[in-house]
Design a protein around this ligand. Structure first.
Ligand SMILES: *Cc1c(COP(=O)(O)O)cnc(C)c1O
Length: 468
């Protein structure tokens, strides 16, 4: 058929709208979305003809037009922020939302958010209460601190602490701890915003107790220790531990603050991981105020948790900044439900997804890898792929335990007739985007961060990516 005649085969929009399948689509989705999808697909067809598509190709496209429109409508109408599958093996992946939370925790958010709640009502007395009170007792119980409060995230926590304790005064911090944590969170910048003056002491690799002591003067408001959570200086190094700084703080009567970053509450060395100082350790060592994230190793919602001496925390609650940094009820509901697991360590390891993935046994991960391999073998008949299970390493991520390499199992796949970059790109465009790792000419699916029920979805994603 002549090219010009092929154009006459293109169905009219009204004709398409009259099809049963499209009518059904109109019952579910907004008319505007359906019309857009029709126009886009018709345009694609027109371009195909312009590019000299054969008659068979054109007819095939038209036969499948309704399906294509359906697919496009679904995609156009899907949420912009949505679930993805983390096959990267980075457990606390900042770009992928850090810590996922479990169904029971979601249940508590639903209960609180879809009803009225006692957010700021004291049920015993009937008078106005504090939103921070709901968390204070459980945090004190688990961590052993006098008082606690919670703000939007840990960057906000650091800012609030410094603004409350050290406004227009000096804070001493080691040069080795002037860190940037990704995004644009840099300790010196945060201090500037909080109106505290930074006094950095020591050198990048070595800071001694006398460096701190020499910098103390009548304008010193606090000593600050920052956990260098996303890097390590190795070799000829020394830093001053909180217990040493405690002696200095006692001698000069100035508060000691610690930004712990990840905020781990369980000794992870029991599970074969590197020892990471816990929040409880810091409190035991006499640190006055400690802050950490809710969605890193703690495994809860985004939040900045501040624990420590009551007098400082009471001052923070009165600081006008607190109002701007305050947490909403969803976060309080999620954090309380997450923290409850910590009453029983085994429960925490089992129920908090971040901890569960972090401590999962290699046997369990291998089982998942085997199942993925088997499903691919049974379902994908494509001569262009080769795959095998390989030993590899997962990462903690989120700027936590930077050197920790956790043994894992990956399904490693190669594609002969497509570049691996294109294949990876296609996987990301699947209806449930799959985020996997490219290394050399292969793609790695790390089973540590993949849930059981995601395995069949990955198989469907691979199929999709192969002919997209
Ligand atoms: C991650 C981190 C922060 C920032 O915490 P957010 O909860 O992301 O705001 C601050 N300090 C340290 C040491 C960190 O590791």
């Amino acid at each position: 058929m002549e090219k010009n005649n092929l154009f006459t085969l293109i169905p009219k929009v009204d004709e398409i709208l009259g099809k049963e399948e499209i009518k059904r689509l109109l019952e579910i989705f907004p008319r505007k979305i359906v019309l857009n999808a029709i126009r886009e697909e018709v345009n694609t067809l027109r371009n195909k003809i312009k590019d000299d598509a054969s008659e068979e190709e054109v007819i095939y496209f038209i036969d499948n037009l309704a399906d294509k429109i359906k697919e496009r409508v679904k995609k156009d109408h899907s949420f912009k922020l949505k679930k993805v599958i983390n096959a990267s093996g980075v457990i606390i992946h900042t770009n992928l939302g850090r810590s996922p939370i479990n169904e029971a925790v979601i249940g508590n958010i639903t209960e609180v958010a879809s009803n009225y709640s006692n957010l700021e009502l004291d049920l015993d007395s009937g008078v106005r209460g504090s939103r921070y009170k709901h968390l204070e007792e459980i945090i004190a119980d688990i961590i052993g601190s006098e008082a606690a409060m919670v703000v939007n995230n840990n960057a906000a926590a650091v800012m609030l602490i410094l603004n409350t304790i050290a406004k227009n005064r000096e804070v001493i911090v080691s040069r080795g701890e002037l860190i940037e944590i990704g995004g644009s969170f840099r300790i010196p910048d945060v201090m500037e915003q909080s109106s505290a003056t930074l006094v950095s002491v020591g050198t990048t690799n070595k800071t001694h107790i006398y460096d701190y002591e020499r910098a103390i003067n009548e304008n010193t408001a606090a000593l600050l220790k920052v956990h260098t959570s996303n890097y390590k200086i190795l070799g000829f190094t020394s830093s001053v531990d909180s217990s040493e700084l405690f002696l200095l703080k006692e001698k000069y009567n100035i508060p000691l603050i610690e930004d712990l970053g990840s905020g781990v509450l369980i000794d992870l060395s029991k599970y074969g991981l590197e020892y990471e100082p816990t929040v409880q350790d810091s409190i035991k060592k006499g640190v006055d105020v400690v802050s950490f994230s809710g969605d890193k190793l703690l495994g809860g919602p985004q939040a900045g948790i501040i624990v420590g001496k009551r007098k400082y925390i009471d001052d923070m609650k009165k600081n006008p900044l607190t109002r701007a940094l305050r947490v909403d009820k969803f976060v309080i509901a999620a954090l309380e439900a997450t923290l409850r697991y910590y009453y029983d360590e085994n429960l925490a390891i089992r129920e908090i997804p971040t901890l569960n993935m972090l401590t999962a046994s290699i046997e369990k991960i291998d089982e998942k890898a085997f199942r993925l391999e088997k499903l691919i073998n049974e379902n994908i008949d494509n001569k262009n792929i080769r795959y095998e299970i390989k030993d590899d390493f997962s990462e903690v991520g989120g700027g936590s335990l930077p050197l920790e390499k956790i043994p894992t199992k990956c399904l490693v796949l190669r594609v002969d007739n497509m570049s691996i970059q294109r294949f990876e790109d296609n996987l990301r465009k699947f209806y449930t985007p799959i985020i996997a790792r490219v290394y050399k000419d292969s793609i790695y699916f790390d089973l540590r961060t993949i849930k059981d029920q995601e395995i069949p979805v990955i198989v469907a994603g691979i199929e999709f990516a192969l002919d997209f």
